[in-house]
Design a protein around this ligand. Structure first.
Ligand code: SF4
Ligand code: SF4
Length: 181
């Protein structure tokens, strides 16, 4: 009989095409990952945890900081002899982690950044730096962090007071509502 974790790896395969069982733990992905040292578990070990098929190990993946640190740079995919698309695995696990409310406390700021970034795109269609900063600070309460940099950035024209709006904002909102479904 299949356990919960196997169902999730089946779902992973159905949605992303990634078969974690093909990994033979050569470690090349982790050797080429610029963030492996900062992760709680390096990429090859994350795949190993999923290969074991236990609920406990699936939870370790969902609660890890690693899934939030991954930059989707694809260095690991380029080095993998089995072409295992680890960024797709990380993406899938991020979504799953949010859905099950298992996100790592250590990733709180990263998640706040993701949400603030997406809010900017949703409402303006562009990256609006001030909106991003305000959203991030409101979510994290890091109110005074880097505040001294603001005047310099204004004088250099790096921060625009008002957002540039995309012409067809309706389409952007549609993309967001379809993605949510
Ligand atoms: S490089 Fe590929 S085969 Fe090797 S450990 Fe990483 S995912 Fe597994
Ligand atoms: S995609 Fe993620 S796991 Fe792969 S090398 Fe880049 S940061 Fe590391």
């Amino acid at each position: 009989m299949k356990n919960i974790s196997s169902n999730v790896t089946d779902e992973l395969q159905a949605q992303t095409g990634v078969k974690v069982e093909r990994c033979y733990q050569c470690g090349k992905c982790s050797a080429g990952c610029v963030l492996a040292e900062d992760m709680d578990y390096p990429p090859n070990y994350m795949i190993h945890l999923l290969q074991t098929g236990t609920k406990e190990n699936l939870d370790t993946v969902l609660k890890s900081k690693s899934i939030w640190l991954c930059l989707n740079c694809e260095n690991c995919v380029g080095r993998c002899p089995m072409e295992i698309d680890i960024p797709k695995v990380m993406d899938f696990m991020r979504e799953r982690s949010l859905k099950e409310n298992k996100q790592s406390k250590a990733a709180k700021d990263i998640i706040a950044f993701h949400r603030s970034f997406l809010d900017c795109i949703k409402f303006t269609g562009h990256l609006y730096e001030i909106g991003l900063i305000v959203g991030f600070k409101a979510r994290t309460m890091h109110l005074w962090q880097d505040v001294k940099l603001a005047p310099k950035m204004f004088t250099k024209g790096k921060l625009k007071l008002f957002p540039e709006m995309v012409k067809d904002s309706h389409n952007i909102k549609n993309i967001f509502s379809k993605t949510k479904k």
